[in-house]
Ligand binder design. Sequence first.
Ligand code: HEC
Length: 164
Amino acid sequence: MKIKFIAISLLLSTMAVSCGGNEKSEHKTDNANAKTEHKKTEHKEEHKEAKATTSDNGKGIGPVSSVELGDIDEALVEKGKELYKANCTACHKIGKRAVGPALKGVTERRKPEWIMNMILNPQEMVDNDPTAKALLAEYLAPMANQSLTEDEARAILEFFRTKN
Ligand code: HEC
């Protein structure tokens, strides 16, 4: 009887020890997981910051990195005006706010590259460019991608240059 009791309590205490051991090692893995998670978030944040600085040269994000402006090219203005009428007037007016902002004076408040990138790459612009992000927060409607070519966007830019 006594021996049985000792045997059982021995068995129980071994179980307790091994359980305790298990708990410890589970804890360790949890900790390790938490550390990796932490590293991952840190990394993400670094990435975001880097993006904000590169896009903060005022040129926006997209295919256009440099535009040379000369004297107003009247033929290009005409082409731009037609493209603007066909693709943009559902949401924009020159002189007053509509679905999107009034476009009067837009070439004074934004760089030419930014305007073209907004026309050609609006989705990424409102996701990652600080200025476009702020506009989306104000207008609450996404600017539509009208699938224009770079030349077409350049013509619309020329038209906007006459609307200051
Ligand atoms: C479906 C509606 C819609 C269409 C179509 C549209 N836009 Fe926009 N646009 C917007 C909205 C809304 C904004 C403000 C940013 C946002 O909310 O995404 C905007 C912002 C802009 C801006 C920035 C204005 C500023 O004050 O900085 C420019 C430039 C612009 N659009 C040009 C155009 C041109 C050019 C076209 C035609 C090729 C066009 N948009 C077509 C809705 C539209």
